[in-house]
Design a protein around this ligand. Structure first.
Ligand code: HEM
Length: 370
């Protein structure tokens, strides 16, 4: 008997490939925001701690911490809102395994809402501390711990959904969702991959903010240069962890990956983007030249890097599930093209609106400078 619950009686209203494209595109946006949050909050908190004794405006570290911290509540809104679309596509495609895993660790899964509220509150308090002239760096520490706590719950759920062999025993042990799954060799590398990716995206985000025309030149240069160091360190740490992610996969999955053409293309793209990010980070952090690479290059590179990583992640998931008897491509599809058309038009309009919001936010000036 299959460990997966029976198939949903309603067929999919659009081709699986379309759902996958939408899933991967929106999940990439979510991951960009998540990694900026993880890396940006960490650096902002460390800078806040190091400059805790200096008064406002007297220290470049404090100025840089403030420049990052005041933007973090906005980053958090992107993390949350950009998490909703992939959640919907995930449920449509993989509901049978995803619901099972989230119910089995239900207490932790529901706890995400409360941990998220706590993290958000601490981020607001930390960034507000700069206006109040109070050194609230420890609120940044609490927020960061809560954020990486949410990340481990997500990694646990997304790993458990690939392990139908442990579901029965977990449910028999307790039906209250209070037990975590037995250990899995793939969990730690995938969680660390997301965390250390935060240094890469967070570093590029620092370069982005520091290179803005709206910031004080000296502080902007300091932040950009520091961003270059953080990006460089991020790539150096993240690449071995990515190799660990691949090595921790079972042999059948590794074999499936090595024969998948899309996976090969995604791996090549990921490596090229990581090498380019490394050069970009070194150039911005250590370069003496007057010619400074455009921050848009960094942005483009992180999009390619995260999109290719998401595609590889998706292929790993499908290969693992096929091995366990769930092939998402076998879902029954009855396409309603009229509805699909309306959906795609609204989707594109939504993306344009988000782009416009980001553009407006990037161009905005603090009230004092208007
Ligand atoms: C501070 C808040 C958040 C953090 C730190 C965070 C972090 C993460 C991480 C690390 C993963 C990858 C897990 C893995 O595969 O190992 C993930 C996946 C995901 N997150 Fe978030 N997340 C946050 C908030 C949210 C919210 C609020 C939503 C939805 C409303 C959301 C939706 C998702 C979805 C749907 C996935 C996985 C999609 C898939 O596997 O297909 N996240 N998140």
């Amino acid at each position: 008997m299959s460990a997966f619950p029976s198939v949903d009686p309603i067929p999919l209203p659009a081709p699986v490939e379309l759902f996958k494209i939408l899933h991967d595109a929106t999940l990439s946006l979510h991951f960009i925001a998540v990694q900026i949050l993880i890396g940006g909050l960490l650096v902002a908190t460390i800078l806040g701690f190091l400059s805790r004794k200096s008064s406002n405006g007297t220290s470049l570290k404090k100025e840089a911490a403030k420049m990052l911290a005041v933007k973090l509540p906005v980053v958090m809104t992107y993390v949350i809102n950009l998490g909703v679309p992939p959640l919907l596509f995930l449920q449509v495609l993989y509901g049978r395994s995803f619901y099972t895993s989230s119910v089995l660790i239900g207490v932790f899964w529901i706890a995400v809402i409360f941990i998220l509220i706590g993290a958000y509150w601490h981020i607001y308090r930390y960034s507000g501390g700069f206006e109040l002239e109070k050194a609230l760096w420890w609120k940044g520490v609490v927020a960061w711990i809560l954020v990486i706590g949410i990340a481990i719950i997500y990694s646990t759920t997304m790993t458990l959904m690939l392990r139908p062999e442990v579901w029965q025993k977990m449910y028999a042990t307790s039906a209250y969702g209070m037990h975590l799954p037995p250990s899995d060799p793939t969990l730690m590398p995938r969680w660390l991959f997301m965390l250390t990716g935060g240094l890469v995206a967070g570093g590029l985000w620092m370069i982005w903010i520091g290179s803005s025309k709206n910031v004080v030149k000296e502080a902007g240069e300091y932040l950009s240069r520091l961003g270059g160091y953080v990006t460089t360190a991020g790539v150096i740490i993240n690449v071995p962890i990515a190799i660990w992610v691949i090595q921790s996969q079972p042999e059948t999955v590794s074999k499936a990956l090595s024969t998948n053409a899309l996976c090969k293309i995604a791996i090549i793209l990921w490596l090229i983007s990581m090498c380019s990010i490394l050069i970009f980070g070194i150039w911005r952090g250590f370069g003496k030249s007057e010619i400074i690479p455009s921050r848009y290059v960094g942005f483009g590179l992180i999009v390619v890097e995260i999109l290719s990583a998401v595609v590889i992640r998706d292929i790993i998931r499908d290969a693992t599930l096929i091995e366990k008897g769930f092939d998402v491509m076998q879902r029954v599809v009855v396409t309603n093209w009229y509805v699909v058309g309306i959906f795609l038009i609204s989707f594109v309009l939504g993306l344009i609106a988000v782009g416009w919001l980001i553009y407006t936010m990037a161009k905005s000036k603090p009230a004092a400078q208007k």
